[in-house]
Design a binder for this molecule. Sequence first.
Ligand SMILES: [Zn+2]
Length: 338
Amino acid sequence: MKGTILHGPRDVRFEEVPEPKILKPTDVIIRLSATCICGSDLWPFRGLNEVTEPMAMGHEYCGIVEETGSAVKTVRPGQFVVGSFCISDNTCPHCRFGFQSSCEQREFMTGAQAPLARVPLADGTLVATLDMPSDDLIPSLLATSDVLGTGWYAADAARVQQESTVVVVGDGAVGLMGVLAAKQMRAGRIIAMSRHKTRQDLALEYGATDIVSERGDEGIVRVKTLTNGVGADSVLECVGTQESMRQALQCARPGAMIGYVGVPHGVQFDGQQLFFSQRGLLGGPAPVRRFLPHLMDLVLERKINPGKVFDLTLPLADVAEGYRAMDERRAIKTLLRV
Ligand SMILES: [Zn+2]
């Protein structure tokens, strides 16, 4: 079969790869219904993470179980499943506390930008639907696998409450999903920071009440003005740069929580500043498995439409163009039809 391999900066190829096989009794092989490109795939694509050997790309996935290992109990061939980008056993102490992304057996999914993929620890990672979902729900179900799960975690970690004031830093796909999540958690005010018209429009559709297009100090002043000089109760940091983290900290009020899900690149904290700021920080790779059953239900009941974040759909064979479109910000997020 053909799959997606990153050979080096801006060198992504759809090329012949071996078909995945069951390697351990807890594995399954799935046939993907759709897959997509993650904002985090752009870090190695842009050469900001070193690529030392060819990488099998793709960690967001949903599809039909093709084959199960002998120890797999909860899913069977023919079922439709969604899984987290973090592989977990869902039984160790960290998993039981709801931090499956720190599972003692954690692995990160790879190789999902392909027609078939191997999912390790299937019982602890995958969630099956009761019936075969309707085709138009596939993009939204795919979104639960990472981008929505991550935006949801940002809101959960930032402790968004009913009627609270929330700031979302970052208008990429995860930031937009953070807006959706804050709306579902019944935030009273959702301030989305975005400079791009199409992203502002989608943020408003997902529930943003205010748009702040200024950045840096100007953006911080605007948020302070909108919150009567106090700052927000919750801030979702969905970028991962020093500038976005500084913005998140400064937009939050003392006692606020910051949920940070943008993978940090070059972010540093000053201990004394953090001490006197009295802001809480919780982030990291999202424990999507904790939220998956609920998020899949919301999609299946058509209460949310996270799939709208995919504004470009391409055949899997054109995956390289999908990377370029996201890199050049021509697309928010690319869905790949298998
Ligand atoms: Zn675990």
